[in-house]
Write a protein that binds this ligand. Structure first.
Ligand code: BEZ
Length: 255
């Protein structure tokens, strides 16, 4: 994850509670069973982790953000600060679950190696994250506005948004058997002004700018998006595309 992206649990709860609310279908795809050991990869403030615990599972939750992990611990969860690209668990889990986190992990092969190792043979890997085309309208506006300010936006890409074919191939290359995988366009009504979304999720784009210039930068991006993403009543919608999948760790490596 880019250094410029930080997480403030209070701001996250205000601007992004929908992220875990809309994660319920992924939890149902996981179908957690009483007594299972589950790793929640990229748990955020633990909202969905808590729901898995309430199904009678033993859940270890990890997230790269110390602030989010502290918020998850306040809920009484077993949460640890850990970059999902450096997982060090070994055959400890019946399933790995991940909602809206893996697009922040730009080294997917490292993620998949760690997830595979964390699972027992036959264990499930079920998740959802941003897929190809996700927030493309917003990202284009962020880049265009950086260029107008004389900043080359090339190196600024905090997200991994693969196509369905690309991610299926990655899962298979890491010895997962895919049972379902699809890109799902999901335009998402935001709980408030898009400035809240930009402040919560687009910190990496503002990072190259002097701090005093960032509010004007986000305000300019907002105005350039208004005609496409804001309706006449002032409701903002983000152009999300999800990639949802369920896979299983193969018992044996395919040679
Ligand atoms: C997502 O959940 O797809 C997402 C969230 C923040 C930034 C980009 C994508």
């Amino acid at each position: 994850m880019s250094d410029a992206q930080t997480w403030d649990p209070a701001g996250y709860a205000r601007n992004a509670r929908f992220v875990s609310d809309l994660g319920m279908p992924v939890l149902e795809l996981l179908a957690p069973k009483q007594g299972e050991r589950i790793l929640d990869l990229g748990c955020g403030d633990g909202d969905l982790t808590q729901k898995i615990v309430s199904r009678g599972c033993r859940v270890v939750a990890v997230d790269a953000s110390a602030e989010q992990v502290a918020a998850a611990r306040e809920r009484g969860l077993d949460a640890q600060v850990c970059d999902g690209q450096d997982l060090a668990f070994d055959a400890e889990f019946d399933a790995v679950f991940s909602n809206a986190a893996m697009h922040w992990m730009t080294r997917p092969d490292d993620v998949l190696r760690g997830v595979r190792r964390a699972l027992t043979p036959g264990g499930r890997f079920v998740g959802e994250f941003g897929g190809h085309g996700c927030v493309a309208t917003i990202e284009t506006a962020l880049r265009d506005s950086l260029e107008r300010r004389g900043v080359d936006p090339h190196g600024v890409r905090p997200w991994y948004f693969p196509t369905d074919r690309q991610y299926r191939a990655k899962l298979e290359a890491h010895d997962f058997e895919v049972s379902s995988l699809a890109l799902i366009p999901r335009p998402t009504r935001l709980p408030g002004d898009i400035i809240g979304w930009l402040e919560t999720f687009a910190g990496s784009f503002a990072g190259p700018l002097p701090e005093g210039e960032r509010p004007a930068y986000f305000a300019e991006v907002r105005e350039s998006l208004r005609s496409r993403l804001c309706d006449t009543e002032g409701n903002w919608t983000a152009d999300y595309v999800r990639l949802r999948f369920a896979a299983r760790r193969r018992e044996q490596r395919v040679t």
